[in-house]
Design a protein around this ligand. Structure first.
Ligand code: ADP
Ligand code: MG
Length: 312
């Protein structure tokens, strides 16, 4: 049981940044409009995520920590057109297996909430609490899997990974306000914004953002928006239906279509949920398209569009 648990955890929880990713996804799925992340010692000592989402009902709190417990799939059809970020019901269970977790949550429709504490997946105590939304505090990550802890990178690298993960959700969900503190230092503090461009300004600074070129196209239910230029030199990010993905074929198309010599772009692709499958790997950064050629063609078409002015 606990070995099975640790193996499952190994797939979902590779490093502190994967915990941050899963907790943020749950907050987004809960409809949060504000998400705050607090990190101590590159995530090993503590990862705390606070949201103002719908919360978890008193009856469901313990269930959420069980394997394959998800409230997000009601029937088989949901599997096909899933639009929430999580749907495997593995994250909380897996994180709990390799850490100590305190959850404080209250469902919007209830007038009392719950606080509960788990060590290595085992419930230690539980009591009523009054709160809003959900706060999850993961501490002592990998305390019971010393080998995994040993294989972590330097604190510097782990921190960089966490910042990258948070940044990716900031970009994918501009309407949500995000903050990130690492060892009490404010890394990000972004109010909600209305457009991708505004969010890019918040993250990279107006000076950088103003140097970027923007193009967009939409064809039926398919939409592509791309930002590129020197200011993003050395980085590229691909978002498909608001998920950050690694998809080399898209990257290659962009290089060709935009005649780029080096990575310097952020692209947002939107398409009907039934035309894309994220369920390729538990980490969900891989993607399969029903019609890859259509995406490829759109990237070439968007490259031929006129630039959008940012001064509006
Ligand atoms: P999944 O996201 O795949 O459903 P998780 O293990 O990540 O599985 O979470 C299990 C369940 O716990 C979710 O389906 C959801 O009902 C509940 N949950 C987890 N985090 C939150 C949160 N921040 N706010 C509200 N509900 C949450
Ligand atoms: Mg989840």
């Amino acid at each position: 049981e606990s070995i099975v648990g640790k193996i499952a955890a190994g797939e979902v929880v590779e490093r502190p940044a994967s915990v941050v990713k899963e907790l943020i996804e749950n907050s987004i799925d809960a409809g949060a409009s504000s998400i705050s992340v607090y990190i101590k010692k590159s995530g090993i000592a503590e990862i705390k995520v606070i949201d103002d989402g719908e919360g978890i009902g008193r009856e469901d709190v313990l269930l959420a920590f069980q394997r394959h417990a998800t409230s997000k799939i009601k029937d088989e059809k949901d599997l096909v057109r899933i639009s929430s970020l999580g749907f495997r019901g593995e994250a909380l269970y897996s994180i709990a297996q390799v850490s100590k977790i305190k959850i404080t949550t209250q469902h919007r429709a209830e007038n009392i909430g719950t606080e509960a504490y788990f060590v290595a997946g085992k419930l230690k105590w539980q009591k009523p609490a009054i709160t809003e939304g959900t706060t999850i505090e993961v501490s002592d990550l990998f305390f019971n899997t010393p080998v995994r802890r040993k294989f972590l990178r330097s604190p510097y690298t782990e921190k960089a990974n966490i910042i990258e993960v948070v940044q990716n959700y900031c970009l994918a969900f501009p309407e949500i306000s995000f903050s990130l503190f690492i060892d009490e230092e404010e890394i990000l503090n972004l109010p909600e914004s209305e457009t991708n461009y505004e969010r890019i300004c918040q993250i990279f600074g107006l000076e950088t953002a103003e140097t970027l070129k923007i193009k967009a196209i939409s064809e039926g239910d398919y939409k592509v928006e791309i930002f590129w230029g020197e200011g993003l030199k050395g980085r590229y990010k691909v978002f498909v239906n608001r998920r950050y993905v690694r998809e080399q074929s898209i990257v290659n198309s962009i290089y060709k279509a935009f005649q780029l010599q080096q990575p310097q772009f952020i692209i947002f692709i939107t398409l009907p949920p039934q035309d894309v499958d994220f369920n390729v790997h538990p980490a969900k950064t891989m993607v399969r398209f029903a019609n890859p050629q259509k995406i490829h063609n759109l990237i070439f078409k968007v490259a031929e569009q006129k630039h959008i002015s940012t001064s509006s």
